[in-house]
Design a protein around this ligand. Structure first.
Ligand SMILES: Cc1ncc(COP(=O)(O)O)c(C=O)c1O
Length: 457
């Protein structure tokens, strides 16, 4: 337990010395972030000892909760055996090999043939974009270099990922970004200019992708990248037919399909992978977060056989992977991931996410009817977004400077639930091992928090 004086010092030092992702440093002085100091199961405690149910699983990542003994023991055992060795040409180590084989086995139904490792989601995306370009060079089509992606998409913060991401507010400060990246409209049922009919919307948006590919010249496009469900934008679930139609568009135009499964991978949506939810096989997958249940940073880029076999077959010296990190396949991260995969399989974590997730979605859906400032509740499995609006009939989100979303979040915090706000959205992504009773506890707190704010409007 941290002493009171130390707590004050920590808060002061945080405001002074620590620059936080996606935050203005000066704002961190005024609105000090919550210091979370302990976790157990689906619960966390802040440094003042306040206990909360974790509605965000760290950040879409602690899918097994915060005190999984098997993952913890695997990490400790690996630290005793070999804390680190590299996997650059010439050396490797057992855990990286075992994890690569395990991912390929787990993703055999998806057609995965090989994997490369990084340290998180942004690395996984960077690996995917680079391998996609290199694939076309290996295939003798070096002019296929462009990327197309979705508006509202989030693909991490490296220059490649940032260039394909479709959230304007995180691009501006770092422009100019990578040339050759183009965006098309997201099939967003709640906000779109095209159709109220989801399947018609899917057809229109898949058509927009095909038109953009053809406008660019299909022989100049390397890949289309998208999230199976857009997480950071506020959990935008596409219509059921969108991904199958996208697969057809990519096939017709010989464009690679990259699925950014950093959030949706390993069960978040109630399916093991988001692409499986849509019955689609991608060519390349970006994996992170749930792969190691967030216990140790890890990312992976999984390559479909079309890609991996082309690299293996290259006889022209073009397929050398001139990419990778000191910590690619870090043994401690790989050990954590192997234990995580054991847990996911043996404890039917994905089944739990589907079952408990259905109840979660059902209960949250009532908020739309109950609260005048809730415009849209959307989600799948254990991921959900609640969009707050200033005009429900016209679907106008609360303005960026509105304090309403933060007020709801503070009410929830006070009542004992950790949630996350992004723009007008509350984003929920609890651990995938959460029980129905814990979900009810979380939703009860949210209900009371929305009601408390509604009473002041
Ligand atoms: C879909 C998606 N891709 C990539 C990333 C980047 O992952 P990281 O923050 O681990 O670099 C994220 C992070 O939330 C994400 O949601």
């Amino acid at each position: 337990m941290t002493k009171k004086t130390d707590i004050d010092q920590l808060k002061q030092d945080n405001a002074q010395y620590l620059f936080h992702p996606m935050a203005h440093p000066a704002a961190m002085q005024k609105n000090r972030p919550d210091i979370i100091s302990r976790g157990e199961g689906c619960w966390v405690w802040d440094i003042d000892g306040h206990k909360m149910i974790d509605g965000v699983a760290g950040l879409w990542s602690s899918n097994l909760g915060h005190s999984n003994k098997r993952v913890r023991d695997a990490i400790v055992a690996q630290l005793d055996e070999l804390p680190f060795y590299n996997t650059f040409r010439g050396t490797t180590h057992p855990r990286a090999i075992e994890l690569s084989a395990r991912i390929v086995k787990t993703m055999a139904p998806d057609g995965v043939g090989a994997v490369l490792f990084g340290n998180g989601g942004s690395d996984a995306v960077e690996g995917a974009l680079k391998i996609a370009r290199q694939y076309w060079k290996v295939q003798g089509q070096p002019e296929r270099t462009k990327f197309i992606s979705l508006r509202q998409g989030y693909h991490g913060v490296h220059f490649g990922g940032m260039s394909v991401n479709g959230l304007g507010n995180i691009r501006r400060a770092y422009e100019p970004l990578m040339p050759g990246c183009f965006h098309v409209d997201t099939p967003w049922p709640y906000h779109n200019a095209y159709s109220e009919d989801p399947e018609e919307l899917a057809r229109i948006c898949a058509g927009l992708l095909e038109r953009e590919i053809q406008f660019q010249g299909a022989d100049t496009v390397a890949a289309f990248i998208a999230e199976p469900i857009q997480g950071s934008a506020g959990v935008i679930v596409p219509p059921t037919s969108y991904w199958p139609l996208v697969r057809e568009v990519c096939d017709r135009n010989n464009v690679l399909l990259i699925a950014d499964e950093v959030v949706t991978g390993f069960g978040r949506s109630g399916a093991m992978f988001g692409t499986r939810l849509w019955g689609v096989k991608a060519d390349i997958w970006c994996l992170a977060k749930g792969i190691s249940s967030g216990y140790v940073p890890l990312g992976a880029t999984a390559l479909g056989k079309k890609v991996s076999e082309a690299f293996l077959a290259d006889a022209n010296g073009l397929a050398t992977v001139a990419h990778g990190y000191t910590y690619s396949g870090h043994p401690v991260a790989a050990a954590a991931a192997l234990a995580t995969l054991d847990e996911i399989e043996e404890k039917d974590v994905v089944g739990n996410a589907a079952r408990v997730g259905a109840h979660f979605q059902q209960r949250l859906a009532e908020f739309e009817r109950r609260f005048s400032f809730v415009g849209d509740v959307r989600g799948k499995g254990l991921m959900a977004g609640i969009e707050m609006v200033s005009d429900k009939a016209r679907r106008v989100p609360v303005p960026r400077n509105s304090d309403i979303p933060q007020r709801v979040a503070r009410e929830a915090y006070r009542r004992g639930a950790m949630v996350r706000i992004s723009g007008p959205n509350m984003i929920l992504s609890p651990p995938l091992v959460m029980t129905r009773e814990e979900v009810d506890h979380l939703v009860d707190i949210l209900e009371a928090s929305f009601a408390a704010v509604q009473a002041t409007l």
